[in-house]
Design a protein around this ligand. Sequence first.
Ligand code: OFO
Length: 176
Amino acid sequence: MVIISIKYKNMKKNIEQAIIEQIQKEEHSSRLYLQMAIWCEINGFPGAAAFLYKHSDEERLHQLKFIHFLNDREGMALLKPLETPQSDYPSLKEMFEKILEHEKFISASINQIYGLTLQEKDYTTASFIHWFINEQIEEETLVRTILDKMKLAGDGQNRGLYLIDKELGVMAASGH
Ligand code: OFO
């Protein structure tokens, strides 16, 4: 306990705390998308499953990015308890609506940390957070594009749904 408290040299405690909470959110994101991938896999959407398994891995990398940054800045990353992710969805479209909602929540959280770094004049952490601000723009845009395609494909019904699933599989294979 004492050993940890003397290590706060590079980072204010409130920023460290905010990053620890973000580590928890990224870990939850990873598990949320993993559970969604499982739902897709057992409900006949292999393309969406591949897309979400991959996305789950990306969230885990985000979690690690925050962990390493905090440890490198002489803080200490801590893992916190996680809530059980939702395991059932009425439709693929509603699942993707949930993903967009979740990504907006994560964007707001990232922006809040950025605001805190400016308030505390911690420009090193502000610079690190920039990467996540851009990443969130990309993620939200990607999910909005998928939802738009679902609308164009007849609100994700029947053949439209099949084509969307196929496209998600192609996106997963090509690194999206
Ligand atoms: Fe970590 O980017 Fe999505 O949530």
